[in-house]
Design a protein around this ligand. Structure first.
Ligand SMILES: NC(=O)c1ccc[n+]([C@@H]2O[C@H](COP(=O)([O-])OP(=O)(O)OC[C@H]3O[C@@H](n4cnc5c(N)ncnc54)[C@H](O)[C@@H]3O)[C@@H](O)[C@H]2O)c1
Length: 231
């Protein structure tokens, strides 16, 4: 039987594709105030500003490509049962070819209703721009399919049994500071081989049963191959 590998990825995995991370120096939130662009209140106050913020993110993401680490994860599908649980809102895992991707914080290439039935239907966004004239079947304005600060994470409960089934649990490119997503790492079973890779591992605390690889994700491919015993 194929072993289950669960990847838990964050913004650092897409950094080498040219997408800014969240908290690194030079990261996105040094330039923007979260409360102005990524909260339900921000949407109520100024939906045009919020829409534009995500339009600019989408415009950039469309021009980027999966890097070697995204591709390495996708290629493992041939030898293992792979599920990617990502905090990223980009679609680089999918574009690399990964088949089972659970987006905890949404997918910026999709939109949803800003009314009460947000999770009912998702709308692909053609190109980079969502406008004030884009409305949902229920008549509400479309908003990006992104989980904002202060909102529930609907996919959280789907992620827990997946993580519990891990033979290998591999955490890549997340500072583990955004909750409740970060708390998911504690669901990995004690029998799993747990790995975390990040070039700045010294800056945050990690449970002692994790193998630590202090490297960028593309540089750590060689270490992961060794660990998974593949050529
Ligand atoms: N690409 C995206 O979709 C994107 C980008 C920015 C922010 N976000 C959102 O912001 C939140 C940020 O939390 P987070 O923990 O994912 O990101 P974060 O910015 O808090 O942490 C990124 C981590 O990646 C590490 N890192 C930097 N370069 C790396 C590399 N080349 N290889 C491996 N690791 C590297 C950093 O040291 C840091 O610990 C997420 O919820 C996500 O939805 C998403």
């Amino acid at each position: 039987m194929k072993k289950n590998i669960i990847f838990f990825s964050g913004a650092g995995l897409s950094a080498e594709s040219g997408i800014s991370t969240f908290r690194d120096s030079g990261g996105l939130w040094e330039k923007y105030d979260i409360s102005e662009v990524a909260t339900p209140d921000a949407w109520i106050r100024n939906p045009d500003l919020v829409t534009d913020f995500y339009n600019q993110r989408r415009k950039q993401i469309i021009t980027t490509f999966p890097n070697d680490a995204h591709r390495f994860i996708a290629e493992l599908d041939n030898n293992f049962e792979i599920t990617v649980i990502t905090q990223n809102i980009d679609d680089l895992h999918e574009r690399a070819g990964s088949r089972h991707v659970l987006h905890l914080h949404g997918n910026i290439r999709l939109a949803k209703s800003s009314g009460p039935n947000q999770e009912k239907k998702l709308y692909p966004i053609d190109g980079w721009e969502l406008t004030k004239n884009d409305v949902c079947d229920d008549g509400y304005r479309l908003r990006p399919h992104v989980v904002w600060f202060g909102e529930e994470v609907p996919a959280l409960n789907d992620a827990i049994p997946i993580i519990k089934s891990a033979d290998f649990f591999i955490v890549i490119g997340t500072s583990l500071q955004v909750y409740p997503a970060a708390g998911l790492i504690h669901y990995a079973p004690s029998t799993a081989t747990k790995v975390i890779l990040d070039p700045n591992l010294d800056s945050f605390s990690i449970p002692s049963d994790f193998i630590k690889i202090k490297k960028k994700s593309t540089e750590a491919i060689v270490d992961l191959k060794k660990l998974l015993k593949i050529d």
